[in-house]
Design a protein around this ligand. Structure first.
Ligand code: ZN
Ligand code: ZN
Ligand code: ZN
Length: 380
């Protein structure tokens, strides 16, 4: 993730309203779950609530949210200029090099009966916090207890950010489809670097991955692009994404260099139908596993079931993979604002592989696709 200031998080929206709203929803969940204090440090929860992403340093940065009362961002004084204080949402409390920041955190809340601590808070701070609020007096729970339901339900600003990142990834996919990204004769690694550069040129701040897998390499879903030279008459699978203004893109498209043989063409038709069925199943009130079942049924019915070797999708937002997961066994009901990938694949070891992936946001009006690039197996 890139380091950024909090203005960039909420395109087109009043920043302050967004963070006030998110903090209000966090407090409502704290209330529901009997959490007295929420403490978030490095990781995605902090930028979600404040717009500020802390450097993962030894100096403590922590947002302290009491169930009642003002939220405070405790931050090293030298980092404070990077933060825009959000009046009404949180105030900042800079600490000096000789201060004890954990004591400052502890002093902001009387000993809480239940404290929710960030999953990725450094253990050193939690251990020191235990000196102030011993585990006999305070029960500790993970911050996901408060944050997970919130983070899964994307608000309008987040959906706009996902749509913008998706559109940028679509433009790179369109370049791939148009033949503007040379393939034959180049190595997978060269094409991967080319796609990465184009993601940045289209506005991404960071590239998270750019899988390029040719021919038999495409049968390995997370193939690492290497020195393999791409040739005529083979499939090329490209799965790429990055982070743009704090939110992730993730798209997979395949192209065929030449005329696809019958088995590839048939399998792709099945894949295309399976992906559309998965998207259509992503409706509010369905279970996450229903998305997986919808895609898998199409592939299984066509006789390719044993070649679909992974879950159908993952949640996406500030992180490339986050809750909810579209997998058998996950009966979590899909809610409006849930954002996830739908990415079935068919992989024939030693021969070829294919995957088709879009990001989808569930809404009252049905599934909204964040990707619109051509879904066909484009031939070049
Ligand atoms: Zn993956
Ligand atoms: Zn992907
Ligand atoms: Zn994905």
């Amino acid at each position: 993730m890139s380091l950024r200031q909090n203005e960039s998080v909420t395109p087109g929206t009043s920043t302050n309203t967004v963070f006030l709203d998110r903090l209000a929803r966090a407090r409502a969940t704290m209330d529901e779950r009997g959490v007295d204090a929420l403490l978030v440090s490095v990781g995605s929860d902090l930028p979600y609530l404040t717009g500020y992403e802390a450097m993962p340093l030894e100096r403590l940065t922590m947002l302290v949210v009491p169930r009642d009362g003002d939220a405070t961002l405790v931050i090293p004084r030298l980092e404070a200029p990077r933060v825009v204080e959000q009046p009404g949402a949180f105030r900042i409390h800079p600490w000096n090099e000789t201060d004890d920041p954990v004591a400052i955190v502890a002093s902001l809340v009387g000993t809480p009966a239940v404290a929710a601590v960030g999953d990725t808070m450094w253990a050193r701070f939690l251990v020191e916090l235990l000196g102030h609020w011993p585990s006999g007096a305070t029960q500790y729970v993970r911050s996901t207890h408060v944050m997970n339901a919130l983070r899964m339900r994307k608000d309008d600003a987040e959906i706009a950010a996902l749509a913008a990142a998706g559109a940028a990834a679509d433009r790179v996919a369109a370049e791939l489809h148009a033949g503007a990204i040379p393939l034959a004769g180049r190595t997978e690694a060269q094409v991967s670097a080319d796609i990465s550069a184009r993601l940045l040129a289209e506005g991404h701040d960071v590239v998270n991955f750019a899988i390029v897998a040719a021919g038999e390499n495409a049968a390995s879903p997370h193939h690492h692009p290497g020195s393999r030279v791409i040739r005529e008459n083979e499939i090329v699978l490209c799965d790429f994404g990055g982070t743009m203004a704090g939110y992730c893109s993730d798209i997979t498209r395949c192209v065929y260099l030449g005329t696809p043989p019958a088995d590839v063409a048939e399998a792709y038709a099945v894949l295309h139908e399976a992906q559309a069925a998965g998207v259509a199943a992503g409706v509010v009130g369905a279970a996450c596993q229903d998305v997986d079942r919808a895609s898998r049924r199409v592939i299984t019915d066509a006789g390719w079931g044993e070649y679909f070797i992974h879950r159908t999708g993952h949640g996406i937002g500030m992180e490339a993979h986050e809750d909810p997961y579209m997998v058998e066994g996950n009966d979590l009901p899909i809610e409006s604002g849930h954002a996830f990938s739908v990415e079935p694949g068919i992989y024939v070891a030693g021969k070829w592989g294919m995957r088709l992936e879009d990001i989808v946001v569930a809404s009252a009006d049905g599934p909204l696709s964040m990707n619109h690039a051509d879904h066909a197996l484009v031939t070049l």
